[in-house]
Design a protein around this ligand. Structure first.
Ligand code: TGC
Ligand code: FAD
Length: 388
């Protein structure tokens, strides 16, 4: 018997505003009613229903932390709380929202021309248009500066060629934000679906992030008007600034996936009986639960702290790196421990744990691998660049 809330042991809730709590509760209810009843089947079938995009638009979470153009303009903390609740459902759902709001919409919002913003952002916020973000290539992952995709001017037009790999929402997208090298540095281009020479091909046989569309983009001499180029971005800083936003959402989302695993482990261990008593009554299981609860609470506190820093305009990229590194590692630990607490049942889709565990293997790799973030933090600590 305890007065503490098992999933919010340190009462983080107490430090949220009423508005933040309302947003959190609304997203939590959406995940509970719309996502949790079906997400195991979506994962099993390797799909995320397209109609969810419109529903997420109505929910108001697409680009919710951006100002104007039909976006809600919430605090960064409120956006983080939404990511936490979405990823407590499934990392694929949070990915969809991250890629739409923090990568594709943010790129247009931050680096786009006025006409590009008014053409795309209101429809993307409403979930009427889907975006994707193409940075990674088959031979260029952690080192995006080595990208081969390139664009050259041809009169008033651009000709864009190359391949992008592992692109979330790729084949769903109405508009792809594609990063390419040019004689003027790395630039971003808005490539509408159906443009001649542009195609998207889904990647199959994934064992992780199955409730998410991941595609290859092929660009073969794609002719684009000059108005397709994002005028504000002229170097790798363009795409990397978008990654800061999405990584911030992952800091929160990982805490959500971990919380879902903890909830499953508490529920299971208090009802599953062996040797005449609930397994949660054995000391070794209680130690696992206590350590999982510690990780979940610590991750949530770290996310809230980074959220408050971001809302104060003081969040630095290396702090986001520390958050992504720490929280995704913690979530993976929690998921693997919870999986064991559930015994054989833990390996099925009847419980959320192994689905989260498998998803987190992508989360630890995308948006900068754990190694990349360790090197960003290490570089900030020492002043020595260890990437090359
Ligand atoms: P470096 O020489 O350090 O910098 C090049 C230019 O970029 C600027 N910059 C940043 N700007 C904003 N935010 C950051 N975090 C930045 N880091 C660097 C820098 O100031 C410079 O600007 P300028 O104007 O002087 O040119 O670059 P580098 O080549 O040494 O690379 C640094 C490194 C390794 C940290 C970076 O390339 C990196 O982060 N690599 C990881 C790549 C990555 O995370 N890819 C993710 C692809 S998108 C994705 O995974 C979506 S998953 C779906 C989902 O989110 O759900
Ligand atoms: P590599 O960069 O080849 O790394 C392989 C290994 O080498 C890793 O362990 C890495 O940490 C290590 N390594 C690399 N460099 C160093 C170094 N300097 N020092 C020490 N170790 C190093 N990309 C997009 O652009 N848009 C998307 O929407 C998108 N969605 C994705 C969705 C999924 C499901 C997945 C799995 C990936 C997605 N990605 C996306 C790609 C993702 O960003 C890359 O996978 C990631 O950046 C790592 O690149 P890589 O896979 O090529 O690995």
């Amino acid at each position: 018997p305890s007065a503490v809330a098992p999933l919010d042991f340190l009462s983080v809730d107490h430090f949220l505003s009423d508005e933040e709590r309302d947003i959190r509760d609304t997203v939590r209810a959406f995940v509970r009613d719309r996502v949790l009843p079906e997400v195991a089947d979506w994962f099993d079938q390797g799909r995320l229903p397209r109609e969810l995009v419109g529903e997420l638009g109505k929910l108001g979470v697409l680009g919710m932390h951006l100002e104007g153009y039909g976006c809600a303009g919430t605090s960064a903390t409120a956006y983080g709380l939404a990511c936490l609740e979405l990823e407590a459902g499934d990392s694929g759902l949070r990915s969809l929202v991250s890629v739409q709001g923090s990568l594709a919409m943010y790129a247009i919002h931050r680096w786009g021309a006025e006409e590009q913003k008014s053409q795309w952002l209101p429809r993307m916020a409403a979930g009427e248009a889907v975006g994707c973000f193409g940075l990674t290539e088959p031979d260029s992952g952690s080192d995006p500066g080595s990208m081969r995709t390139h664009a050259r001017r041809d009169g008033d037009d651009w000709l864009l060629s190359g391949r992008k790999m592992w692109i979330t929402n790729g084949s769903l997208a109405d508009v792809a934000v594609v990063w390419a090298r040019t004689e003027e540095g790395v630039r971003g281009f808005l490539v509408p679906k159906g443009t001649k020479g542009f195609s998207a091909h889904d990647i199959h046989k994934k064992l992780s992030l199955r409730a998410s569309t991941t595609s290859e983009l092929v660009l073969d001499e794609v002719r684009l008007p000059s108005s397709a180029m994002l005028p504000g971005a002229t170097s790798l800083r363009g795409p990397l600034s978008c990654l800061n936003e999405a990584r911030f959402g992952i800091v929160w989302g990982a805490a959500g996936a971990a919380r879902a695993c903890l909830a499953a482990a508490i529920g299971y261990s208090t009802t599953r009986t062996q040797f005449g008593k609930p397994i949660g009554g054995f000391q070794i299981q209680q130690q696992k639960l206590a350590r999982m609860a510690l990780e979940v609470n610590r991750a949530t506190l770290l996310a809230l702290h980074l959220g408050r820093l971001k809302d104060a305009g003081r969040l630095r990229p290396e702090q986001v790196s520390m958050g992504k590194l720490g929280n995704v590692d913690a979530a993976l630990d929690v998921a693997r421990t919870a999986r064991q607490v559930l015994g054989a049942n833990g390996i099925t889709l009847e419980y959320p744990v192994m689905r989260h565990m498998a998803n987190l293997e992508s989360v630890v790799t995308y948006e900068g691998t754990a190694d990349v973030h360790a090197l960003v933090v290490g570089g900030a600590l020492t002043g020595i660049d260890a990437f090359r």
